[in-house]
Design a protein around this ligand. Structure first.
Ligand code: OFO
Length: 171
């Protein structure tokens, strides 16, 4: 049996990962419709990664004797102002996910659930990486400003970067 408080917090996290996946899927689709192929590929990969984060949690909860709740998800926005605002929203979103992971760590410690605490460390490391990546992309976009040649090159770079990445890992 899982500690009920930890189980509830893990189910909350499942919901967050599902909504992250949906959010980045909306960004991928918007970018695709706006000729931003690199950004679109990056976001399609990212939406799969978030789904993987969700699946990993679902399997963990079920394997530990809990019941994973597959959540319904809200419809994300249909459009975005521009490339920079997409990545600003992504970083903002990741910061809320990090806060939620930190809260999960706190609950594990309070409830002395060291197994889940150990499992959640993977997410702690993942959040560090995701925030760093979002910040480095935003730094580039700030340098470029509204210069269309620069934005074109940025999008192409992102395409190359995504192509070098492995496809989303399997659970
Ligand atoms: Fe699941 O790491 Fe982003 O949200």
């Amino acid at each position: 049996m899982m500690n009920p408080r930890v189980e509830a917090a893990l189910n909350e996290q499942i919901k967050k990962e599902a909504s992250s996946s949906q959010y980045y899927l909306a960004m991928a689709s918007w970018a695709e419709n706006n000729g931003l192929n690199g950004t679109s590929k990056f976001m399609y990969l990212h939406t799969d990664e978030e789904r993987f984060h969700m699946l990993k949690l679902i399997k963990f909860v079920n394997e530990r004797g809990g019941t994973a709740i597959v959540p319904s998800v809200e419809q994300p926005p249909l459009s975005f102002d521009n490339l920079r605002s997409v990545f600003e929203l992504l970083l903002e979103h990741e910061l809320t996910v990090t806060a939620s992971i930190n809260n999960l760590v706190d609950i594990c410690l309070q409830e002395k659930d060291y197994t889940t605490h150990n499992f959640v460390q993977w997410y702690v490391a993942e959040q560090l990486e995701e925030e760093a990546l979002a910040r480095s992309i935003l730094d580039k976009l700030k340098l470029i400003g509204n210069e269309s040649g620069g934005l074109y090159l940025f999008d192409r770079d992102l395409e190359q970067m995504t192509a070098q990445n492995n496809p989303a890992p399997q659970v």
